[in-house]
Design a protein around this ligand. Structure first.
Ligand code: B12
Length: 289
């Protein structure tokens, strides 16, 4: 893989591999890890040095990194994560998703999560812009509708895999419901809401795409729902949407359920109702509620 990057310093490599700088120095002294020494005595490491080192250690029980680094490309991903190079990560995710290289997209997301990027920020700063670029490229005619589907389904798959990795707290903060309106097919944003809330300790009931809203009252009561999260992206029939929303708002109000709304659909949909506590723009705002 082509890279402009020439060398890692000892500190950078230590950070990348998740070890102390003294460990890096020891490995070089023991001859396990090659390096170049500058005139001033500083160690510099090339991609090749690091790749060879990792390759030789692959079968040992020593874990040098949280992510399996199997190629120069994986090393580059780890490096860009460490540098917080979001522009690179977004572009990389987009191109890999287009080729349906799910494993590579997984590596970026897993790497970010293991590097302690908050989940909401992974969604706000990395995946949301990628999905927006996808929409823009499709609208501009750069991608066919099938390519658009391939990318969005790949991203949907990888976020669901990421969900399996989340560190969930022991204590539960109660039940919440995640919903869309009945004609809504876009469900990636509300899936992300689900994950952020689950990671924060809520038990999330998720009804998925095209959920029938009638009969919601017994559900709210049976599961003692305190908050309902509603996402709207595309509104094909505004009249029907307004009708459904009023029904939902009234049901929630009489059952003392707070509603939090989000998504582009609320640019036109009414959310001025006593049951609606807030309209949020970003996933990180969920944690302030
Ligand atoms: C993926 C996608 C699809 C997939 C959906 C797959 C799936 N399972 O979700 C498929 C292929 C099915 C699809 C279908 C359609 N799509 Co589409 N789609 C997209 C795309 C590329 C990404 C959507 C997405 O997930 N965005 C990512 C989310 C995270 O971002 P967001 O929606 O902006 O949400 C942000 C906030 O609002 C907030 N948020 C959202 N909800 C919530 C909820 C809470 C509680 C909180 C806290 C925050 C929050 O979080 C985000 C952070 O900023 C968008 C492009 C775009 N600009 O979004 C087009 C887009 C939304 N689609 C569009 C269109 C036109 C359609 C179709 C009508 C196409 C067609 N002719 O058939 C159908 C409609 C289907 C339907 N009835 O719903 C248009 C909508 C234009 C409009 N508003 O009028 C867009 C904008 C593309 C475009 N540029 O034209 N689509």
């Amino acid at each position: 893989m082509h890279t402009d990057l020439k060398y890692f310093s000892t500190t950078e490599l230590a950070h990348l591999l998740g070890v102390h700088a003294s460990t890096i120095k020891r490995w070089t002294e023991e001859g396990k890890l090659d390096c170049i020494k500058t005139a001033g005595g500083h160690r510099k490491f090339t991609f090749q040095h690091v790749a060879r080192f990792l390759e030789e250690r692959r079968d040992t029980s020593d874990r040098a990194n949280l992510l399996p680094i199997q190629s120069d490309e994986d090393l580059r991903i780890s490096y860009e994560i460490m540098k917080n190079n979001q522009a690179f990560l977004r572009e990389y995710i987009f191109t890999q998703a287009l080729q349906r290289r799910r494993k590579q997209v997984d590596k970026v997301l897993t790497g970010l999560y293991l590097a302690q990027y908050p989940l909401a920020r992974i969604y706000d700063d990395i995946l949301t812009p990628v999905l927006h670029t996808l929409g823009d490229r499709w609208e501009a005619g750069d991608l066919s509708i099938l390519e658009e589907h391939i990318v969005s389904q790949t991203l949907r798959d990888v976020i669901i895999r990421l969900q399996g990795m989340l560190a969930l707290p022991e204590e539960t903060r109660g039940n919440v419901l995640c919903l869309s309106l009945t004609s809504e097919l876009h469900d990636i944003a509300i899936k992300m809401v689900d994950h952020v809330l689950e990671e924060a300790g809520f038990t999330v009931l998720f009804t998925g795409q095209i959920s029938p809203l009638y009969g919601i009252e017994p559900l709210l009561q049976r599961y003692e729902i305190r908050q309902l999260y509603l996402s709207s992206t595309y509104v094909p029939d505004p009249e029907r949407a307004a009708f459904e929303l009023n029904y939902l708002y009234d049901q929630c109000r009489s059952n003392e359920v707070e509603i939090i709304v989000g998504g582009q659909g609320f640019e036109t949909l009414n959310y001025d109702h006593p049951a609606v506590k807030a309209r949020l723009q970003r996933f990180r705002e969920l944690l302030a509620n």
